[in-house]
Each structure stands twice: as structure tokens, then as C-alpha cells.
Design a protein around this ligand. Sequence first.
Ligand code: F0G
Length: 351
Amino acid sequence: SRQWRGLIEEYRSRLPVSDKTPVVTLREGGTPLVYACVLSEMTGCEVWIKVEGANPTGSFKDRGMTMAISKAAEEGAKAVICASTGNTSASAAAYAVKAGMVCAVLVPSGKIALGKMAQALVHGAKILQVDGNFDDCLTLARKLSESYPVSLVNSVNPFRIEGQKTGAFEIVDFLGDAPDIHCLPVGNAGNITAYWKGFVEYATDGVATKRPREWGFQAAGAAPIVNGAPVMHPSTIATAIRIGNPASWEQAVAARDESGGLIDAVTDREILSAYRLLAAKEAVFVEPASAASVAGLLKKHKEGLLDPGQTVVCTVTGNGLKDPEWAIAGAPQPTHVAVDAYAAALQLGLA
Ligand code: F0G
């Protein structure tokens, strides 16, 4: 028995690294693939949940960030920059600390979850709250990286995609083959691009016998790919995917079409319902955006698009603790009790 070494060491032969690459790692990857009893029962399929919130900073971004920061270090970078709805900034901030780099983050003012802001702050990132949305932040970050000595670590950085494709490898390595369907949330569309790359690579090399259909889900108020046009004022409670003009739009459409998959929208109501189901029935606490994958699966099941017996993996991208507001809202307030066993037993319905 040995410990997981982090995804660069585990998948070194499939990643663009060499002996000269300083590996900046927090031992990311190797996340749980949890069998979803209730979702399997509900859909008649074999449903698995890839719990990316178990990564070091609580989201899948760490897969991309270990690669992006390691390559930036190899190139001698002293500073990195990113635009973010929160998770990328949390991850960049942590890996920059590990690499001894300065980290600058641009976030949409007032639109990132509390836990993510806390992470960027505690890791010492330079944070700018931009008076605009994520798309504006990305435009600004790109301009800054073009004109100043700072490396861009958003998913338009190809090393991010390379790191994130390892999520697909882990799924195949664990299940023994690719699933029939892979569901995931879509925001800036880097992750669907990365997973598809990973699945294609494994199938091409004969590690898997097939490739899954990619089922991507956007929030209804921020669904440019579904609408076929950018959304000027994206709106959803799932702040992580509140994006109106995804950078990897074309690659996401290619992943959809080459895989025979789909990209659809789910409402905030559907997202919150899946969010509560995941926590209450599957014991997996995710942030709202992550629940879009499961909301989408249930929507497609309702529409009759799921054949019984298929193997489905839902990637849930971020930890529930990032955005606790939604766990507390709508839940009953815990009642107070004196230090009295009988009173407590009465309250608990035990007596
Ligand atoms: N889920 C979570 C929890 C995310 O943070 C993101 C993206 C996505 C899904 C969508 O992934 O952009 O590759 O399609 N978050 C980025 C950020 C935009 O800045 O943290 P995508």
C-alpha cells in the first residue's frame, strides 16, 4: 500500500512534463468515485459520482493548477494571474504559495461564494473585485498577461486542460472501462474539453474500449451554448458557472458532437433540488454549480433519454463548504435545549 503521489507523478507519461519540470503539487487527484445508490435506483442505471470536492482546495481546478503552475515555474514565472468565479482563484492562490509565486485574481464583484473568497485571502492572493461579470474579468486578465510579466492560468492555458484530463483517466482506471455517459456542469467549458481529451486518449490507446457520451449542463440563466449566443447578463444561484461567453465554446461543442452527447440547461430550481438530494440521499455535499450534473441527469431521465442498465458518471466539481449559504437557507433552524438529557431526548423524539 502506498500513498497517491499527485496526478503529475501518477500520470507522468501522459502529461507534457520532463525531468526539468519542477513539480508543484498538493497531492491533488485520486478523488473518490462513489456509487450512488439512490440515483441508480431512480434512473435504473449504474450511477457513480466523481467527488472532485475532495481535491486539496476543494475543486477540480487543482488538477489543472498543478500542471499550469508547474509549467509556469519551469518557464521561470514569478507571478500568475487568473479571472475566476471563485474556484480557480482559490486553487491558483494555493499553488502559487507552494511555488513561491505572486498570485493576482480578478473576480466579479459581489458574485463569488464566501468560502472561495476566504481561500484567496488566506493564501495571500492579490484580489481585485471587478465591476463586471466573469467574462469581463477574463478579458482583463488576458490583456494584463499580454502586456505585463504575469502568466495566465485560466483554462485557456493548455496545461490546465492537460491536468484536468486526468479526471477521465481516473474514472476509466477505476471502472475498468469508460462509462456510457458522463455528466458534468459547463461554465467556461474547459472541463468538458479536458475530460473529452482524456477519454479520447484512453480509447485511442486501447486503455478503454469505448468513449462516453458527454452530457454537459449549463444553468438556464447562463446557457450561451444551449442558446447558441453569448449571454450579456448571465444570472444563476450557481455562481461558479455564471458565465455568458465561455472561452472553450468551440471545444465544448466538438466534445458534444464527437461523443454523440448533448449540452442542455437546468434551472436554478432543478439545481437546488439535485443539490439537496445529493447531500440528503447520497451523503455528498457539493456546491450548487456541481449539482447541475445530477440535475441534468434527472432531467434527461424524465425525458426518457436514459436506457436502463447504462453506466453513468456524474462529475461533481466543488465542495459544499465553499458556499454554505445554500445549505443553511431553507433548512429548519436547530432548536435550543437546556443541559438536560430528558429535555434533549424529547426534542430529538427519543422519549
Ligand atoms: N463547477 C465548478 C464548481 C466550477 O468552479 C466551475 C468553473 C465549473 C463547474 C465549470 O467548469 O468552467 O471548466 O466549464 N469555475 C471557474 C472558476 C470558471 O473561475 O472557478 P468549466
